[in-house]
Design a protein around this ligand. Structure first.
Ligand SMILES: Cc1cc2nc3c(=O)[nH]c(=O)nc-3n(C[C@H](O)[C@H](O)[C@H](O)COP(=O)(O)OP(=O)(O)OC[C@H]3O[C@@H](n4cnc5c(N)ncnc54)[C@H](O)[C@@H]3O)c2cc1C
Length: 395
């Protein structure tokens, strides 16, 4: 084991908390700084795919997510009439990886992460405003005047990352010109069996219904809309329903029985991929490094994989700065592949031209199973690229 380092993590989202767990696991001293006054999570859900669970397992961390959410048992894509286009082989690929893909509420995922951490290492109400690099360490200063020093700084501060701006300069996000509505609600319906995921594809709009366990269903909807309108959305559940007139009854039912105040609206956005993640004692992780659109359900998964690979690199490189560069080198190709694949899938899913939608649905329906498996395996298998940690450990 190398000398224990003091690592400053900016941001207590999924990426920051996972990095803290991994770095503690390999014996480093970690401090997490979060700008929000509390660690409360917004009430939606997400999927943690099997690649992310495998990545954590590779470094000896098991969050036991199956106790907090619902392992995916069925994943289907339907059209606006409710007809099945295709069942996706996600449960099968996940099982063959040896790890379930799990759908979970954000609240439950945060609980699972926080259970692995000593709360004293997390400092809330701490917005990083200044970074100072020195030869022998790094300092950060917070909005309230506090300061702290460390050996390394991990920017896990999300799509509007301050640390990313420090490294790359301030650049605008890339709007996708559609809105996402998100909610978790208690709901029962015979279609929503344990581990059920159903996506409905329309023209320029979609809906997803996802079992997250414990009698709760996470649903999300999208509709094409300019980013300004999406950012300022003030509508209620009936306004949302207006976008899905004529869609299957289960959709109107779940939207109408969700209190409007429980529905979150966010504009869909990402950033063009940048390979510049760090310098010196600083690196980026999660959405700070590679925010992606949600179509592959891999944003949080990639943040988790980042944390695991960072842990491997720090374990095996005696020089921590070289370890950060090693981590970036390993992660760049996979992160770039997923940012671009998510954008491509999102563009196709949000297409509102009749013949393009027809072609999209027919392509999915008739794509050979082997090809479908191959496409999903690329994202669902945890990979460290060309870097062989075991070989380094053995050598
Ligand atoms: C609609 C939607 C659906 C999604 N669905 C899925 C899904 O199904 N599966 C999946 O894997 N991913 C999904 N994602 C993506 C996933 O939510 C993100 O990729 C993931 O949450 C990123 O985590 P993070 O920790 O990198 O960033 P964040 O969760 O954004 O956390 C960053 C933290 O840093 C803090 N911070 C920011 N600036 C500062 C500062 N200067 N000082 C201190 N703290 C700061 C913020 O307050 C925040 O708490 C979805 C995203 C959206 C929008």
């Amino acid at each position: 084991m190398n000398r224990p380092l003091k690592v400053i993590i900016v941001g207590a989202g999924i990426g920051g908390l996972t990095a803290a767990i991994v770095l503690r696991q390999i014996g480093h001293c970690v401090e997490v700084y979060e700008q929000a006054p509390t660690l409360r999570t917004a009430g939606s859900g997400l999927s943690v795919m099997s690649n992310a669970v495998a990545a954590l397992s590779s470094i000896g961390v098991n969050l036991k997510l199956e106790h907090f959410g619902a392992p995916i048992k069925r994943f289907e894509i339907r059209n606006v009439k409710g007809r099945l286009i295709r069942s996706l082989p996600i449960p099968e690929i996940s099982s063959s990886n040896g790890f379930d893909s799990v759908c979970i509420s954000r609240k439950a995922l945060h609980e699972a992460l926080l259970q692995q951490l000593d709360k004293n290492i997390i400092h809330v109400g701490a917005k990083v405003t200044t970074i100072t690099e020195r030869d022998d360490g790094i300092s950060v200063r917070f909005a309230d005047g506090r300061e702290t020093d460390g050996d390394l700084l991990i920017g896990a501060d999300g799509i509007y990352s301050f640390v990313r701006d420090y490294i790359q300069g301030n650049k605008p996000v890339r709007p996708a010109d559609y809105i996402c509505w998100l909610a978790v609600t208690r709901y029962q319906h015979p279609q929503i069996t344990p581990g059920y995921v159903g996506h409905y594809w329309g023209a320029g709009k979609r809906i997803g219904l996802v079992d997250v366990g414990d009698g709760e269903v996470y649903w999300w909807g999208t509709a094409n809309m300019c980013t300004e309108q999406a950012r300022n959305w003030q509508g209620n559940n009936k306004d949302i329903l207006a976008y899905y007139q004529g869609w299957p009854a289960i959709i109107s039912d779940i939207i109408l029985q969700t209190p409007s105040e429980d529905i979150i609206a966010v504009p869909a956005q990402d950033r063009p991929f940048s390979p510049l993640w760090g310098k010196g004692r600083i690196t980026l992780l999660g959405d700070a490094a590679h925010p992606m659109l949600t179509s592959l359900g891999q944003g949080a998964g990639m943040a988790i994989e980042d944390a695991a690979v960072l842990g491997h690199a720090l374990k095996q490189q005696s020089d921590p700065i070289s370890a950060l560069r090693q981590y970036e080198k390993i992660r760049l190709p996979r992160a770039e592949m997923l940012v671009n694949a998510s954008k491509m899938l999102s563009d196709s899913e949000q297409d509102d031209r009749f013949f393009h939608c027809l072609k999209r649905d027919l392509s999915l329906r008739f794509v050979p199973t082997a090809k479908l498996m191959e496409n999903f395996e690329k994202s669902l298998r945890f990979s460290t690229g060309d870097f062989d940690f075991d070989a380094v450990a053995a050598g």
